[in-house]
Every structure is written in structure tokens, then in C-alpha cells.
Design a protein around this ligand. Structure first.
Ligand code: NAI
Length: 365
């Protein structure tokens, strides 16, 4: 159960069982009690989200709790959340933030707090720049510093779950996150286990932690790859992997099968795509949409790294039928669409952004 009740009108409450310091909490709405919510510190929030929680409580929002003294606290009024028509919190998340009506394509990210991983280079840098131009508050994550003048940059190594957790604590202190763009990734030329850690396990770990900071109506979009296009051929194996909870369990599973996994990049991207489709059904219960894109060849530093080891003709074989490679900026529109309220009814989708290559594969051409 939520460990304490709190008022949603910004007034102070008292409860000796609320040990959490000031920070982000999950607020659980109590049906029939629009001015009272149950609250959970973040460590317990994820467990709650993954079990069916008995009525009348439902996950409602992630908000900041402020503690004046031990046992005295208040939920900071939800300035970012669009209030439900009932004015309280006793509505399911999908009803609170439901529609794309009135959403302005050019202005939809203004004032939103968005996180972009891989912000220092390639697709992530292009996404971060586009979001800044739209007036978003952009927080970039990468293992190398970004030169793109973001609102905030946090260094993190996605191969290190402890570093991800530390970064999430820092991020949580600043409030809720409206959108997450997972663009970081390692090239196929890197060591297999490193790729599997960064491109799947670390991305999943970060996304699961970030979801506890995201209110209903927010969205997550990951950059997968058309390198992972053929996931259906090993669906059962991939589902077995994604059922391993957490970074350490997933890594143990992958290490045990390292010899069977021939192409670490393709396997990591297949896992990311399958996990996206699978997890989207759970996250939408909290009002969070989860989608991914699968680009074809994109002219970024990663592609240059690949081309040093692989003939350009082999890369270009996957640019049919469009007959050219993508600029990083051409990946931005689909990503921003999926992360926005314009896509409010799009969930669990892997969107090919590859000039039509996936269509030729689907038709067996
Ligand atoms: P990029 O190499 O230009 O950028 C990748 C970014 O991820 C870099 O800033 C890098 O520092 C960061 N990164 C790598 N490892 C990290 C780690 N352990 N922790 C934190 N950050 C880390 O590559 P690009 O092309 O922009 O790739 C972006 C995403 O798009 C990747 O997930 C990639 O797999 C995917 N993709 C790229 C394609 C291409 O042709 N360039 C095609 C299909 C998918």
C-alpha cells in the first residue's frame, strides 16, 4: 500500500511513516477522494507499478514531495500536470492526459522537460538541437560532454547500472520528465558484450528508472535499428531475455549465451524492439507511451566507424528502395512525433525510418 496519505492541494500533512527526504515520489490516486493521494518513495514505486495494485488506488503521477521536518511533508502542487476535468486525481491516467486535440506541432515541446541520451553526437545531437529550437528544457545524457549548449548535461555510462541510478537521483531532484529519447548506442564494430550492455541492458535500465519520474501523458522513444528487423525469427529467445528483470539478471543470461549470439548489435536491437513492444502494454497503464524507431543507414560518426571495417557497398545494399542514406536530421521528425501529444494514440510501435527497406524485407523482395 502507499505508505502515507497526502493532500493534493499543496497543504502540509503529517505522517511519521514517511521516511523519504524531499524528492520525487509516485502519487497514487484514491478513487472517490479527489483531494487525497497515497504516496510512495521512488525506490518502492517501480515494484508497485509492476504489480496489479488493488483498487481504489491507481498510479496517478510523479510529483515532488517537500519535507519540512521529519514526518511533515506536502506534495508540491502539480504545475506541469494538466488537471483532470474533475479537478482531482481520481481519474485513470489515460483519461487525464488523453488527447492530441489542440496540440501544436511547432510548439508542442515548449516548456517540456525532456531527456536525450546520446546527445553528444549523431541522431541524439540532432534531436537535442531540434528540441532546444522548439523551446524545450533539454537535459542531455552521454558518456562524453555535449558541445550543443543544452540546458543541462549529465555524464553517464550506460554500461554501468550504478552510474545510471546515481544520475537518476540527480535528475529526480529537478522534477518530472515529460519525454525521454533514447538515442545513445554503440556501433556494431565494438565488443559484443559492451554493445549488449549499452544498446539493450543499460537503455532498458535507464528507461525503467526514468519512467518512475514521468507523469501520465509523457512518452518514451528509443532508437532501435533496422539491423534488428528480423526479431520475429527468434521471438521466443528474445522474450526469454526480456523476462530477466534488471541489468544483472539480463547480463548473466547474455553471458551464458555469448557464444550463441553471433551478431551482438543485431541481437541488442532486436531485444530493444521486442522489449519496447512488450513493455508498452505495462507503461500505458501509467499513461506513458513507449515506442521506437528503426532507422536505416544514417550519416553519423557511428556509420563512419562502421565503414572503416565494412565496405560502403554492403551498407548501401540496405538503402533500397530510396537509394541514399539518411541525414541525422531526417530521423528527428519521426522521433519528435512519437514523443509528442500528436501521437497520443500511438503506443507499442516500431516505426521504420529507413526509406522503405523494411517494406521490401516484409514482402520478401
Ligand atoms: P553516434 O556514434 O553518432 O552517437 C552515439 C552516441 O551515443 C554518442 O554520443 C556516444 O558517446 C553515445 N554513447 C555510446 N556509448 C555510450 C555509453 N556507454 N553511455 C552513454 N552514451 C554512450 O551514433 P548514431 O548514429 O547517432 O546512433 C544513435 C542511435 O541510432 C544508436 O542507438 C544506433 O545504434 C542507432 N542507429 C544508427 C544508425 C546509423 O546508421 N547511424 C542506423 C540505425 C540505428
Amino acid at each position: 500500500m502507499p505508505i502515507a496519505a497526502a493532500r493534493t492541494d499543496g497543504q502540509w500533512s503529517r505522517h511519521s511513516r514517511l521516511p523519504a527526504p524531499s524528492g520525487v515520489i509516485t502519487v497514487w490516486a484514491a478513487e472517490g477522494h479527489p483531494r487525497t493521494c497515497g504516496v510512495e518513495p521512488p525506490g518502492q514505486a517501480r515494484r508497485m507499478q509492476h504489480r496489479s495494485w488493488p483498487a481504489p488506488y491507481r498510479p496517478h503521477a510523479v510529483q515532488t514531495i517537500e519535507r519540512a521536518s521529519p514526518g511533515r511533508y506536502r506534495v508540491v502542487p502539480p504545475t506541469r500536470l494538466r488537471p483532470s476535468r474533475a479537478g482531482g486525481c481520481n481519474r485513470s491516467p489515460s483519461r487525464i492526459w488523453a488527447r492530441s486535440e489542440g496540440w501544436d506541432m511547432a510548439d508542442g515541446y515548449r516548456g517540456k522537460r525532456v531527456v536525450v541520451t546520446g546527445c553528444a553526437s549523431g541522431i541524439g545531437a540532432a534531436v537535442a538541437k531540434a528540441l532546444l529550437a522548439q523551446g524545450a528544457h533539454v537535459i542531455g545524457l552521454d558518456r562524453i560532454a555535449s558541445p550543443h549548449g543544452l540546458d543541462k548535461f549529465l555524464a553517464v555510462d550506460l554500461a554501468d547500472p550504478a552510474a545510471i541510478d546515481t544520475m537518476l537521483t540527480t535528475l529526480a531532484a529537478g522534477g518530472a520528465v515529460d519525454a525521454l529519447f533514447n538515442c545513445a548506442g554503440l556501433a556494431p564494430t565494438q565488443p559484443k558484450l559492451a554493445i549488449l550492455k549499452v544498446n539493450f541492458l543499460g537503455t532498458r535500465h535507464l528507461t525503467e528508472g526514468m519512467a518512475t519520474l514521468m507523469p501520465p501523458g509523457s512518452a518514451i522513444v528509443s532508437v532501435s535499428s533496422n539491423g534488428g528487423l528480423r526479431w520475429r525469427a527468434q521471438r521466443a529467445l528474445l522474450l526469454d531475455l526480456i523476462r530477466r528483470d534488471g541489468f544483472a539478471e539480463g547480463l548473466a543470461w547474455l553471458e551464458a549465451r555469448a557464444d550463441e549470439i553471433i551478431n551482438g548489435y543485431a541481437f541488442a536491437k532486436q531485444a530493444l524492439t521486442v522489449w519496447t513492444l512488450h513493455e508498452s502494454a505495462r507503461l500505458i497503464e501509467q499513461g506513458i507511451r513507449l515506442n521506437c524507431t528503426s532507422p536505416g543507414a544514417v550519416e553519423t560518426p557511428m556509420l563512419r566507424e562502421i565503414e572503416e571495417k565494412m565496405p560502403g557497398a554492403a551498407i548501401d545494399a540496405a538503402t533500397v528502395p530510396i537509394g541514399r542514406r539518411s541525414a541525422p536530421e531526417e530521423q528527428v521528425g519521426p522521433l519528435l512525433f512519437l514523443g509528442s501529444q500528436a501521437a497520443s494514440y500511438v503506443n507499442g510501435v516500431d516505426l521504420a525510418v529507413d526509406g522503405g527497406y523494411a517494406a521490401t524485407v516484409a514482402l520478401g523482395e
